[in-house]
Design a protein around this ligand. Structure first.
Ligand SMILES: [Fe+2]
Length: 174
């Protein structure tokens, strides 16, 4: 779930320990164990954690009838839909496989997957910096926060819980 309090505001590595070379990571959309729980009905598979900008990239999965609560972004977001359909309550377009989206900083939205959708939506997101969860898009009162550090904390927690190799997550830190 979006973090309201977190104990962890470094990546746990000294600057000299951070890697700079290229890497690849292999997501597997059909491996249930790899999906890191996020909010109710939403999971992600991590692709990168940028501890210089607070950004992150991931593949997000959201079940029919579930949503990501209202939030806004403090930097740009790029998204590419792989499976299913979804939309923002605040816009009139509908994303489907092949849909690319660009979002500027300040974009506030509530991501919804229709109750009657035949499958979960799966979308690859490049999130350049943190996002602020708000009570609603009209009021804008902060209720939660996430960024590359909090997502890293969630990922490590899940990998620990299910016995996956933590070094696979740490290898994504840049
Ligand atoms: Fe968003």
């Amino acid at each position: 779930m979006p973090i309201q309090e977190f104990s962890f505001f470094t990546d746990g590595l000294q600057p000299g320990q951070r890697e700079h070379h290229e890497y690849v990571t292999h997501t597997n959309l059909d491996d249930e164990k790899l999906w890191i729980p996020y909010v109710d009905g939403a999971w992600f598979q991590a692709c990168s954690f940028n501890v210089s900008t607070g950004g992150f990239t991931n593949v997000l999965k959201i079940a029919p009838g579930a949503k990501l609560p209202a939030h806004y972004h403090i930097s740009t977001v790029y998204g590419y839909t792989l499976r299913g359909t979804w939309h923002y309550l605040e816009h009139d377009w509908v994303a489907k496989p092949g849909t690319f989206i660009y979002e500027p900083a300040g974009e506030a939205h509530t991501l919804v997957v229709p109750e009657d959708a035949p499958e979960p939506m799966v979308t690859f997101f490049v999130v350049s910096a943190g996002l602020i969860y708000i009570d609603n898009v009209e009021n804008g009162k902060m209720v939660g926060y996430d960024d590359g550090f909090t997502m890293l904390e969630l990922a490590r927690k899940h990998y620990r819980n299910v016995g996956l190799d933590l070094s696979l997550i740490d290898a994504m830190i840049r």
